[in-house]
Design a protein. Structure first.
Length: 251
Protein backbone atom coordinates (compact mmCIF):
# COMPACT_ATOMS: atom_id res chain seq x y z
CA UNK A 1 0.00 0.00 0.00
CA UNK A 2 1.15 3.54 -0.68
CA UNK A 3 1.63 5.73 2.36
CA UNK A 4 -0.77 8.44 3.44
CA UNK A 5 0.13 11.99 4.37
CA UNK A 6 -1.94 14.61 6.13
CA UNK A 7 -2.87 17.71 4.12
CA UNK A 8 -0.41 20.60 4.40
CA UNK A 9 -2.59 23.48 3.14
CA UNK A 10 -5.86 24.89 4.41
CA UNK A 11 -7.67 24.11 1.16
CA UNK A 12 -6.45 20.51 1.28
CA UNK A 13 -7.63 20.22 4.90
CA UNK A 14 -11.02 21.56 3.91
CA UNK A 15 -11.30 19.11 1.02
CA UNK A 16 -10.33 16.17 3.24
CA UNK A 17 -12.99 17.07 5.82
CA UNK A 18 -15.61 17.89 3.19
CA UNK A 19 -15.04 14.57 1.40
CA UNK A 20 -15.30 12.60 4.63
CA UNK A 21 -18.44 14.41 5.83
CA UNK A 22 -20.17 14.17 2.46
CA UNK A 23 -19.35 10.50 1.94
CA UNK A 24 -20.36 9.54 5.49
CA UNK A 25 -23.60 11.52 5.19
CA UNK A 26 -24.51 9.74 1.95
CA UNK A 27 -23.65 6.25 3.22
CA UNK A 28 -26.33 3.76 4.20
CA UNK A 29 -27.05 3.74 7.93
CA UNK A 30 -25.80 0.17 8.10
CA UNK A 31 -22.37 1.30 6.86
CA UNK A 32 -21.00 3.28 9.78
CA UNK A 33 -17.45 3.86 8.59
CA UNK A 34 -17.06 6.92 10.82
CA UNK A 35 -18.66 7.02 14.25
CA UNK A 36 -21.61 9.36 14.72
CA UNK A 37 -19.68 11.23 17.38
CA UNK A 38 -16.76 11.89 15.03
CA UNK A 39 -19.05 12.75 12.13
CA UNK A 40 -20.99 15.32 14.17
CA UNK A 41 -17.74 16.78 15.47
CA UNK A 42 -16.41 17.03 11.91
CA UNK A 43 -19.56 18.80 10.71
CA UNK A 44 -19.40 21.38 13.49
CA UNK A 45 -15.68 21.93 13.11
CA UNK A 46 -15.91 22.24 9.32
CA UNK A 47 -18.23 25.25 9.62
CA UNK A 48 -15.86 26.97 12.02
CA UNK A 49 -12.77 26.17 9.95
CA UNK A 50 -14.35 27.27 6.66
CA UNK A 51 -15.36 30.57 8.22
CA UNK A 52 -11.91 31.19 9.69
CA UNK A 53 -10.13 30.40 6.41
CA UNK A 54 -12.45 32.77 4.57
CA UNK A 55 -11.94 35.49 7.20
CA UNK A 56 -8.17 35.20 6.95
CA UNK A 57 -8.20 35.44 3.15
CA UNK A 58 -10.45 38.50 3.32
CA UNK A 59 -8.20 40.24 5.85
CA UNK A 60 -5.07 39.32 3.92
CA UNK A 61 -6.54 40.57 0.63
CA UNK A 62 -7.62 43.81 2.28
CA UNK A 63 -4.08 44.32 3.55
CA UNK A 64 -2.54 43.59 0.14
CA UNK A 65 -4.98 45.85 -1.74
CA UNK A 66 -4.53 48.72 0.73
CA UNK A 67 -0.75 48.31 0.61
CA UNK A 68 -0.60 49.12 -3.13
CA UNK A 69 -2.08 52.58 -2.51
CA UNK A 70 -0.14 52.96 0.72
CA UNK A 71 3.23 52.52 -1.05
CA UNK A 72 2.43 55.54 -3.22
CA UNK A 73 1.49 57.61 -0.15
CA UNK A 74 4.75 56.67 1.61
CA UNK A 75 6.77 57.63 -1.46
CA UNK A 76 5.08 61.05 -1.62
CA UNK A 77 5.69 61.72 2.07
CA UNK A 78 9.37 60.74 1.75
CA UNK A 79 9.81 62.96 -1.31
CA UNK A 80 8.29 66.05 0.32
CA UNK A 81 10.11 65.61 3.63
CA UNK A 82 13.50 65.06 1.97
CA UNK A 83 12.93 67.93 -0.46
CA UNK A 84 12.07 70.31 2.36
CA UNK A 85 15.21 69.39 4.30
CA UNK A 86 17.36 69.89 1.19
CA UNK A 87 15.85 73.35 0.61
CA UNK A 88 16.44 74.17 4.29
CA UNK A 89 20.08 73.12 4.01
CA UNK A 90 20.55 75.25 0.87
CA UNK A 91 19.10 78.25 2.69
CA UNK A 92 21.60 77.69 5.51
CA UNK A 93 24.47 77.38 3.03
CA UNK A 94 23.44 80.66 1.38
CA UNK A 95 23.24 82.32 4.79
CA UNK A 96 19.51 83.01 4.53
CA UNK A 97 18.93 80.94 7.67
CA UNK A 98 21.32 80.69 10.60
CA UNK A 99 22.76 77.23 10.96
CA UNK A 100 21.98 77.28 14.71
CA UNK A 101 18.30 77.32 13.81
CA UNK A 102 18.64 73.81 12.39
CA UNK A 103 18.51 72.64 15.99
CA UNK A 104 14.81 73.55 15.94
CA UNK A 105 14.40 70.73 13.40
CA UNK A 106 16.66 68.34 15.39
CA UNK A 107 19.12 68.48 12.49
CA UNK A 108 22.92 68.48 12.87
CA UNK A 109 24.10 72.07 12.47
CA UNK A 110 27.55 71.01 11.26
CA UNK A 111 26.59 69.00 8.18
CA UNK A 112 23.98 69.05 5.47
CA UNK A 113 23.47 65.31 5.08
CA UNK A 114 19.90 64.12 4.85
CA UNK A 115 18.78 62.03 7.85
CA UNK A 116 17.84 58.42 7.27
CA UNK A 117 14.33 58.34 5.79
CA UNK A 118 14.37 54.72 4.67
CA UNK A 119 11.86 53.38 7.17
CA UNK A 120 8.29 54.44 7.89
CA UNK A 121 9.25 55.05 11.52
CA UNK A 122 11.96 57.46 10.33
CA UNK A 123 9.40 59.32 8.24
CA UNK A 124 7.06 59.65 11.20
CA UNK A 125 9.84 61.11 13.37
CA UNK A 126 11.43 63.44 10.83
CA UNK A 127 8.16 64.60 9.35
CA UNK A 128 7.06 65.80 12.78
CA UNK A 129 10.51 67.26 13.50
CA UNK A 130 10.54 69.53 10.46
CA UNK A 131 6.88 70.56 10.89
CA UNK A 132 7.51 71.56 14.51
CA UNK A 133 10.85 73.16 13.62
CA UNK A 134 9.47 75.26 10.77
CA UNK A 135 6.53 76.44 12.85
CA UNK A 136 8.82 77.44 15.71
CA UNK A 137 11.30 79.24 13.43
CA UNK A 138 8.59 81.27 11.70
CA UNK A 139 7.11 82.16 15.10
CA UNK A 140 10.50 83.66 15.93
CA UNK A 141 10.22 85.91 12.89
CA UNK A 142 11.95 83.80 10.25
CA UNK A 143 10.62 83.82 6.70
CA UNK A 144 8.85 80.58 5.67
CA UNK A 145 10.47 78.15 3.28
CA UNK A 146 8.75 77.79 -0.09
CA UNK A 147 8.80 75.07 -2.71
CA UNK A 148 7.70 73.10 -0.84
CA UNK A 149 5.91 75.02 1.87
CA UNK A 150 5.56 73.37 5.26
CA UNK A 151 1.80 73.39 4.68
CA UNK A 152 2.26 71.19 1.58
CA UNK A 153 4.62 68.91 3.48
CA UNK A 154 2.14 68.64 6.36
CA UNK A 155 -0.68 67.64 4.01
CA UNK A 156 1.30 64.68 2.68
CA UNK A 157 2.67 63.87 6.13
CA UNK A 158 -0.81 63.78 7.68
CA UNK A 159 -2.11 61.57 4.86
CA UNK A 160 0.84 59.22 5.39
CA UNK A 161 0.34 59.19 9.16
CA UNK A 162 -3.36 58.39 8.82
CA UNK A 163 -2.79 55.58 6.32
CA UNK A 164 0.10 54.25 8.40
CA UNK A 165 -2.29 53.72 11.31
CA UNK A 166 -4.84 52.07 9.01
CA UNK A 167 -2.22 49.82 7.44
CA UNK A 168 -1.01 48.71 10.86
CA UNK A 169 -4.60 47.82 11.72
CA UNK A 170 -4.89 45.74 8.53
CA UNK A 171 -1.67 43.91 9.44
CA UNK A 172 -2.87 43.33 12.98
CA UNK A 173 -6.19 41.89 11.77
CA UNK A 174 -4.47 39.61 9.26
CA UNK A 175 -1.93 38.42 11.86
CA UNK A 176 -4.63 37.77 14.45
CA UNK A 177 -6.77 35.68 12.10
CA UNK A 178 -3.64 33.83 10.95
CA UNK A 179 -2.78 32.94 14.56
CA UNK A 180 -6.36 31.81 15.21
CA UNK A 181 -6.19 29.74 12.04
CA UNK A 182 -2.97 28.12 13.25
CA UNK A 183 -4.75 26.77 16.32
CA UNK A 184 -7.58 25.43 14.17
CA UNK A 185 -5.11 23.72 11.86
CA UNK A 186 -3.90 21.57 14.76
CA UNK A 187 -7.50 20.57 15.52
CA UNK A 188 -8.16 19.89 11.84
CA UNK A 189 -5.12 17.61 11.55
CA UNK A 190 -6.09 15.71 14.69
CA UNK A 191 -9.65 15.25 13.44
CA UNK A 192 -8.56 14.20 9.94
CA UNK A 193 -6.13 11.67 11.42
CA UNK A 194 -8.89 10.20 13.57
CA UNK A 195 -11.23 9.94 10.58
CA UNK A 196 -8.61 8.33 8.37
CA UNK A 197 -7.75 5.80 11.06
CA UNK A 198 -11.41 4.83 11.36
CA UNK A 199 -11.83 4.59 7.59
CA UNK A 200 -8.76 2.42 7.09
CA UNK A 201 -9.74 0.20 10.00
CA UNK A 202 -13.26 -0.28 8.59
CA UNK A 203 -11.95 -1.38 5.18
CA UNK A 204 -8.95 -3.33 6.47
CA UNK A 205 -10.31 -6.64 5.12
CA UNK A 206 -10.64 -5.36 1.55
CA UNK A 207 -8.13 -6.19 -1.17
CA UNK A 208 -5.40 -3.53 -1.60
CA UNK A 209 -6.76 -1.69 -4.65
CA UNK A 210 -10.36 -1.91 -3.47
CA UNK A 211 -9.33 -0.71 0.00
CA UNK A 212 -7.41 2.17 -1.58
CA UNK A 213 -10.42 3.28 -3.61
CA UNK A 214 -12.84 3.05 -0.69
CA UNK A 215 -10.52 5.05 1.55
CA UNK A 216 -9.91 7.67 -1.11
CA UNK A 217 -13.67 8.16 -1.35
CA UNK A 218 -13.53 9.31 2.25
CA UNK A 219 -10.79 11.81 1.48
CA UNK A 220 -7.74 9.79 2.54
CA UNK A 221 -4.73 11.02 0.56
CA UNK A 222 -2.12 8.47 -0.54
CA UNK A 223 1.30 8.88 -2.10
CA UNK A 224 3.44 6.29 -3.85
CA UNK A 225 7.06 5.95 -2.85
CA UNK A 226 9.72 6.30 -5.49
CA UNK A 227 9.74 3.16 -7.61
CA UNK A 228 6.71 1.69 -5.81
CA UNK A 229 4.36 -0.27 -8.05
CA UNK A 230 0.96 1.37 -8.42
CA UNK A 231 -2.11 -0.54 -7.30
CA UNK A 232 -4.67 -1.42 -9.95
CA UNK A 233 -7.62 -3.76 -10.44
CA UNK A 234 -5.08 -6.29 -11.71
CA UNK A 235 -3.40 -6.20 -8.29
CA UNK A 236 -6.57 -7.49 -6.63
CA UNK A 237 -7.20 -10.04 -9.36
CA UNK A 238 -3.71 -11.45 -8.93
CA UNK A 239 -4.24 -11.74 -5.16
CA UNK A 240 -7.57 -13.47 -5.74
CA UNK A 241 -5.91 -15.98 -8.05
CA UNK A 242 -3.23 -16.65 -5.45
CA UNK A 243 -5.88 -17.10 -2.74
CA UNK A 244 -7.79 -19.50 -4.97
CA UNK A 245 -4.63 -21.56 -5.42
CA UNK A 246 -3.67 -21.29 -1.73
CA UNK A 247 -6.73 -20.61 0.48
CA UNK A 248 -4.57 -19.98 3.59
CA UNK A 249 -2.74 -17.07 1.92
CA UNK A 250 -3.11 -13.72 3.69
CA UNK A 251 -2.65 -10.32 2.11
Amino acid sequence: MPYRRLPNTDQARLRALQDAVQRASEADFTEQVITYKTLNEAKRFLLVFENQVEQYHQNFQTKVSANKHYRHIVANARMYISHFIQVLNLAVIRGDIKKEQKELYHLDINNHILPDLSSEEDLLVWGQNIIDGENERTKQGGFPIYNPTITKVKVHYDIFKEHHITQQMHKKNANRTYEDLGQLREQADSLILDIWNQVEDYYRQKLPYERLRYCQNYGVIYYYRSGEKRLSPETDKEIQRQIAQSPTLEF
